[in-house]
Write a protein that binds this ligand. Structure first.
Ligand code: DGL
Length: 275
């Protein structure tokens, strides 16, 4: 178990990780809500996609990445990936102990959707790993047994978005054919349970024409990060933050794609943490 950190904590960065660059949607939302916070982001591009990996592999990657973020003196760890949150949240929490708070992307969203008045049937779309774990249904039912939950694996969406296919004919066709699924009929809200999906949110909204409430994790998780930092007196003072964005495998195309996820192009640094 990692040691508890005690001094100058508020000045330290927030650690964020994902299988790749999808988690940058969460990092971007955090940066908007908390403009003084420095961020250390790790995208495990060498092992992407997590959606098809075994729980054991994801747990191993998540521990090694958390170890790296703690070495970077991070004051909090945010698991900005639904698949890693579904499979490794408890493992990361056990590993980190009380050294720093750990935030996943599932619990804040579940609390948010179960608080929506009048909701009867909630749809969930995500990677094969997230949907197979059935974690949203389990957590939603633990809060409210009466809510119906319909989950659908949509494995083409993350690679499609990563390749820059969104807001065009191809993406509309793929999104439409998933959302046409009978499983999702009569839903009143839809959880976009993958950190890549905020990029297709406008197309999903167009599909439902305002009849279904669309919930993505970025904003909800950023608000949770803010409240947990405040509770722990860890909010950074007013300052110009310094961000670092690391990846386990570097390609020019990853770096080009960051613009879509973070709203500005960022410099990615390759880091080998597996030695
Ligand atoms: N960003 C990951 C998530 O939220 C999906 C991509 C992957 O399969 O690695 O689940």
């Amino acid at each position: 178990m990692a040691k508890k950190r005690t001094s100058g904590l508020a000045n330290r960065p927030i650690g964020i990780f994902d299988s790749g660059i999808g988690g940058l949607t969460v990092a971007n939302a955090i940066q908007k809500v908390l403009p003084n916070e420095s961020l250390v982001y790790f995208g495990d591009t060498a092992h992407l996609p997590y959606g098809d990996k075994s729980p054991d592999s994801i747990k191993y990657y998540a521990i090694r990445i958390s170890q790296f973020l703690l070495k970077q003196q991070c004051k909090m760890i945010v698991i900005a990936c639904n698949t890693a949150s579904a499979m490794a949240y408890e493992t990361v929490k056990d590993f980190v102990g009380d050294a720093v708070p750990v935030i996943d992307v599932i619990n804040p969203v579940v609390e948010h959707v179960t608080g929506i008045a009048g909701s009867k049937k909630i749809g969930v779309i995500g990677t094969k790993g997230t949907i197979k774990s059935d974690i949203y249904a389990k957590k939603i039912h633990a809060k409210n047994k009466k809510l119906e939950v319909a989950s659908l694996a949509t494995p083409l969406l993350a690679p499609m978005i990563e390749e820059g296919f969104f807001n065009n004919k191809i993406s509309r066709t793929v999104i439409g054919s998933y959302l046409d699924s009978r499983k999702l009929s009569k839903i009143d809200s839809l959880i976009l349970a993958c950190t890549h999906y905020p990029l297709i949110r406008p197309e999903v909204e167009d599909y439902y024409k305002g009849k279904v409430l669309i919930v993505d994790s970025a904003g909800v998780v950023a608000d949770r990060v803010k409240s947990v930092l405040a509770e722990n007196e860890l909010l950074a003072p007013k300052r110009k933050p310094v961000h670092h964005f690391y990846v386990s495998d570097f390609t020019k195309s990853f770096e080009e794609s960051t613009r879509n996820f973070f709203r500005s192009k960022i410099h990615l640094e390759k880091k080998d943490i597996w030695l």
